[in-house]
Design a binder for this molecule. Structure first.
Ligand SMILES: [Zn+2]
Length: 411
């Protein structure tokens, strides 16, 4: 009985602590009495917990606020540089690493080329990951004692609870125990998530989704993934597959996909599809600046040069971007009819061509969505750019620091 009472007391305290910490974070600066008002906690409870947070250096007392005549209240703010996080974004061709503070400001970054999938197996992949994180940590000096965790965003299907990469098709890997191995090596908590879901989380905390409760964030790179935020939470689905929009069927007779099926959304609307489309037109004999730029070598086409040539008025480059935009519009229309989110955020490499692909997307949605409000669904570009999934990886650790769920687990 006594143990139970202590348990519920500690649970209450942990919940209140997270509530206060989040209230300070959401308001940037706030007084103790405002916290009490917003959280409906008693002023003594707020004072006690705030004192603890100050002692732990998680919270700072900052400049005095304005007041009507009386004593100016002392304001509280999150001490962003009191803790640090390592973020790792494992893509198909490269791995990005970053050291960030609690505001997700990047203090240090590094990009490492990924070994070819043919040279990788589960064991060598984990060794590679350990090695590059160890080398990166070797450069972290001042912040080393302030590290609170490692967040990993990973291509493919990830079980976020066990931190296992279940299936990473482009890396030809299955069942990799990323969390367990990294925790054993670095003695820090490790969180692992699919890269598109991490991107969505990053956009929710620090990017275009900050003010929106329900949105879908598309990661359009070599493949296409999505992170779905519903009621401010990331949707995982029954088997971690929620958001695998890249493998929804658009054309039964379409091109073959890395998953083995034909005509998946990503075979028509990804960066890979964009290059394949340009390659096919050039091989059919279409004249394009792209051949000059790539030394007549259609196989080495890249998204950046297609975008640049399109901006210079190249017909082939413009055509393939328009077509890619049209297919992206189809997938987005499906999402709107399936989930009806307030907003769609487009991230990943292809989003850099937004000046040319946005119009066909908007046209598709305006023409075909079923209601007037759905036709006007807000469609925006990621605010976090190339480092979106990386910021998202760090947010995995941050969201634990601030979450009520985490507080419950600590009891
Ligand atoms: Zn597929």
């Amino acid at each position: 009985m006594a143990a139970q009472m202590t348990g519920s007391f500690q649970l209450m305290k942990s919940l209140n602590r997270s509530l206060i910490l989040n209230t300070i974070r959401m308001n940037s600066t706030i007084s103790r009495s405002e916290i009490a008002k917003k959280t409906k906690l008693t002023p003594p409870t707020v004072t006690n917990i705030v004192n603890e947070l100050i002692k732990e250096q998680l919270v700072l007392e900052s400049r005095a606020g304005t007041s009507n005549g009386g004593r100016k209240p002392i304001l509280l703010t999150i001490n962003a540089n009191s803790r640090y996080i390592i973020g790792v974004d494992v893509g198909v061709k490269k791995v990005r690493l970053a050291l960030t503070n609690l505001d997700a400001h990047i203090a240090m970054r590094r990009i490492v080329a990924m070994p070819s999938p043919n040279q990788l197996n589960e064991g060598s992949f984990l060794e590679f990951l350990q090695k590059i994180i160890e080398s990166f940590l070797g450069e972290v000096v001042e912040e080393k004692d302030k590290l609170i965790g490692i967040g990993v965003a990973m291509h493919g299907i990830v079980d976020h609870e066990t931190g296992v990469s279940i299936h990473a098709p482009s890396l030809k890997l299955e069942g990799v125990a990323v969390k367990q191995v990294l925790e054993n090596t670095f003695h820090l908590p490790v969180r692992v998530e699919n890269d598109a879901k991490a991107l969505a989380l990053g956009e929710k905390w620090f990017g275009a989704g900050k003010e929106t409760d329900d949105f879908v964030c598309l990661n359009v790179g070599e493949g296409i993934g999505a992170g779905i935020i519903l009621n401010n939470s990331l949707l995982h689905g029954n088997d971690s597959l929620a958001g695998e929009i890249g493998h929804t069927l658009i054309d039964v007779n379409g091109p073959e996909c890395s998953c083995g099926n034909k005509g998946c959304f990503q075979t028509l609307a990804s960066g890979h599809a964009l290059k394949e489309r340009a390659k096919a037109l050039i091989e059919q004999g279409e004249k394009s600046m792209l051949t000059e730029k790539n030394g007549m070598n259609a196989a080495s086409l890249d998204g950046q040069s297609i975008y640049e040539c399109a901006q210079d008025g190249d017909k082939v480059a413009n055509q393939v971007l328009q077509e890619t935009g049209k297919y992206l519009g189809m997938g987005i229309l499906n999402i709107i009819h399936f989930i009806n989110p307030r907003m769609i955020i487009i991230g990943g490499g292809v989003s850099k061509a937004h000046a040319l692909i946005m119009q066909p997307i908007v046209d598709m949605v305006e023409k075909r969505a079923l209601s007037d409000r759905a036709k006007k669904t807000k469609i925006v570009v990621s605010e976090l750019g190339d480092e979106g999934s990386l910021i998202g990886a760090c947010t995995l650790v941050l969201s634990e620091l601030y979450s009520y769920e985490h507080a419950e687990k600590k009891v």
